[in-house]
Design a binder for this molecule. Structure first.
Ligand code: MG
Length: 373
């Protein structure tokens, strides 16, 4: 690892773990967090959960696992360039989507609607719930007992009501303070990753075209550069050469703008970072261009009629699973039944949120298809 800047998170300024543990041998505390995340059950399930496309639509599309790996790669690169804690950035990135339901945002919205009268459902909060409570792996504690800074980074957003219930970890949302720079960087690395891989996946699926994307300035600029350099380039390489340029431009801009803001604010510690306005950011021009790209994807990809058909189906599956299990929690697998007696709705939400796309489809078939068991 590179030399840490004074504003980076480190083992020295960490608020530590809830349950005291001996320091790991031959690796750091944040490496241990990263390792625990990679070995947990929820992480493995990311392979069969989707962002935009339902998992079985095709093997080439991003899943939440490959998305999380891309976010980790970008986060590490930016963290290294800025003298931040790479291990922490990587741990946060690998864990940031653990709490997602099957079927991407459609699944999350459906589960939130089902849980409206029972405390709601937020995927960020669920990611934290997985690493704090739901993973059953260690003898001495529930969850993974991660460092405070890793948990702080996982909890990207949070409603005021949930923030109040969380105590120390939720306080920053009420006091409008920032998390570590490592967490801020992950947040923007997430945005770089999904905007660009959704362009790539959308083109590959034939839902959007290069011609349509050329109405988006950031894409048009880079595609023109690639065509000038390689006049007879084929479509697949044209897309990749363009997307890699877009990612690289964003990463460099993020590093430059964040460095500029750090230079102005001069934070001399992690605590100082928490008290500053957000320090990790894109410059104004790229921020504006990213917003145009996002608006394009929103209109042309996320609301494409074929995607809307998938999301409608996904919402129906999640809502019907919820209704069935909440109506008769004794249909839940045995290991959930004891908890369901204490808190039926939250237990059903945990069970559904933990499902992969294909498991949710299979479970729905088992419950609703005549002739299936
Ligand atoms: Mg993400």
């Amino acid at each position: 690892m590179n030399a840490l800047q004074p504003y980076a998170a480190s083992e020295e300024n960490s608020r530590g773990r809830i349950h005291a543990e001996e320091a790991p041998a031959e690796r750091g505390q944040f490496q241990r967090d990263r390792d625990r995340i990679v070995h947990c059950t929820a992480f493995r399930r990311l392979e069969y959960k989707t962002q935009v496309f339902v998992n079985h639509e095709g093997d080439l599309f991003r899943t939440r696992l490959t998305h999380s790996l891309e976010v980790a790669q970008i986060s590490r690169g930016v963290a290294r360039a800025l003298g931040l804690n790479e291990d922490l950035a990587e741990a946060i990135a690998l864990a940031h989507d653990l709490g997602h339901t099957p079927f991407g945002h459609a699944g999350q919205d459906a589960l939130d609607a089902c849980m409206r009268a029972h405390g709601g459902f937020e995927h960020n909060l669920q990611s934290l719930r997985i690493v704090d409570v739901l993973e059953e792996r260690y003898g001495a504690f529930d969850g993974l007992n991660l460092c405070y800074e890793t948990r702080e980074g996982i909890l990207k957003h949070c409603s005021a009501a949930n923030a109040r219930a969380l105590g120390e970890l939720g306080r920053r949302f009420l006091e409008k303070r920032q998390p570590s720079l490592e967490a801020q960087v992950c947040n923007l690395a997430d945005e770089i990753a999904y905007n660009n891989h959704d362009v790539d996946d959308g083109l590959r699926a034939g839902l959007i075209t290069v011609e349509e994307l050329e109405t988006v300035p950031v894409f048009a600029r880079h595609v023109a550069t690639v065509r000038a350099a390689f006049p007879s380039i084929g479509q697949r390489r044209l897309i990749h050469e363009t997307v890699r340029r877009m990612i690289n431009t964003l990463v460099l801009d993020l590093v430059g703008e964040t460095r500029r803001r750090i230079g102005l604010a001069q934070p001399d510690s992690l605590e100082a970072v928490r008290g500053c306005a957000p320090l990790a950011a894109f410059g104004a021009q790229l921020r504006a261009e990213q917003n145009v790209l996002k608006a394009f994807l929103n209109e042309h990809l996320y609301h494409h009629y074929r995607v809307r058909r998938m999301t409608a189906k996904a919402r129906r599956i999640v809502a019907e699973l919820f209704e069935a299990f909440a109506g008769d929690p004794r249909m839940l697998p045995r290991q959930y039944q004891e908890r369901a007696r204490e808190d039926c709705f939250r237990t059903v939400a945990d069970y559904i949120a933990g499902m992969t796309d294909r498991y949710a489809i299979a479970e729905h078939r088992r419950l609703f298809a005549v002739g299936e068991i």
